[in-house]
Design a binder for this molecule. Structure first.
Ligand SMILES: Cc1ncc(C[n+]2csc(CCOP(=O)(O)OP(=O)(O)O)c2C)c(N)n1
Ligand code: SF4
Ligand SMILES: [Mg+2]
Length: 285
């Protein structure tokens, strides 16, 4: 690819929470001075998955629920890139649910942003795994992505923001980008991003959010305490937000690449590799 695509105007409904996610992401990338030509956003399928079209970076529109495998492969091919996967709650927690769990377990150094609105916005408002009880008649107990992420022993970064709280969201995105770009592993940020057209939760969420970092004694390096704190907030009807957990575990690149040169950084010029190519050909004779 020799030219950038020009960012387009977002297609979202006026007031959609995803505008807040885009604004915070832009601010975080520019404040950290991350070069656009070294940044890739892999978008999921859904309204949220349009985000990679709205920024001056490389973009890839993945299959539904399969953005994490694509983003992981990009990072393995070139660990120098800033790699961000961004999609919806349907994409990430329903069809992509098992990929979510295994990405947390493998710990590739990418940022994963889930624009969580409790609905399938693009397909006009069916309940997603995080839909509140009663939404469109659903009686199912909502899936709790941050508790799942905290329960996986090799997860290294678990956070939740709210598109209605920009300073907190910019802070979380900067922390997540720094975590992934120092090759420390998978930086997961669930973002409460209301769908004003099919599930307008702004007023309810604004009252329910609890910022765990507001308590100066909160220790985000203690996984057990983080789980207990998040669970007790949920059980009392609140929604835990903030940097919930940051820890250490081997990254997927460390496990997979060892000392080998990543694919995109290898010298593949035919002239300089003629002998190797000839040797390779002998194996097929
Ligand atoms: C394999 C496959 N199954 C189903 C669909 C239909 N589909 C398109 S978007 C979507 C869900 C979108 O919900 P979410 O990921 O929460 O994104 P949002 O629109 O809410 O941002 C579905 C089921 C599809 N595109 N591909
Ligand atoms: S349908 Fe909902 S999620 Fe989709 S753009 Fe509109 S407000 Fe946003
Ligand atoms: Mg959704």
């Amino acid at each position: 690819m020799t030219e950038y695509f020009k960012p387009v105007t977002p297609i979202w409904c006026p007031g959609c929470g995803d505008f807040g996610v885009l604004a915070a992401l832009k601010k975080a990338l520019s404040e950290l001075k991350i070069p656009p030509h070294e940044t890739v956003i892999v978008g999921g399928i859904g309204c949220s998955g349009h985000i990679h079209n709205d920024l001056l970076v490389y973009g890839y529109h993945a299959l539904h629920g399969r953005l994490l495998t694509t983003a992981t492969a990009i990072k393995l091919a070139n660990p120098k890139l800033t790699v961000i996967a961004a999609g919806g709650d349907g994409d990430g927690y329903a069809i992509g649910g098992n990929h979510f769990i295994h990405a947390l377990r493998r710990n590739p150094s990418i940022v994963y942003i889930v624009m969580n609105n409790g609905t399938y916005g693009l397909t006009k408002g069916q309940p997603s795994p995080t839909a509140q009880v009663g939404y469109e008649g659903t009686q199912e107990i909502p899936f709790e992505p941050v508790l799942t992420a905290l329960s996986i022993r090799s997860s290294t970064f678990v956070a939740r923001g709210f598109s209605g709280n920009q300073p907190q969201l910019v802070y979380l995105f900067k922390e997540a980008l720094n975590h992934a770009n120092s090759l420390k592993g998978f930086a997961f940020v669930d973002v409460l991003s209301p769908c004003v057209t099919y599930n307008d939760t702004y007023a309810v969420w604004r009252k329910a959010v609890v910022d765990v970092n507001a308590d100066k004694n909160y220790d985000y390096t203690d996984r057990k305490k983080a789980f207990e704190t998040a669970l007790s907030i949920i059980e009392s009807g609140g929604i835990p937000t903030g940097l919930l957990y940051k820890g250490e575990s081997k990254s997927f690149e460390q496990m997979m690449l060892h000392d080998s040169t990543p694919m995109a950084l290898q010298n593949l010029s035919p002239e300089q590799n003629l002998e190797k190519y000839k040797q390779l050909l002998t194996r097929f004779k």
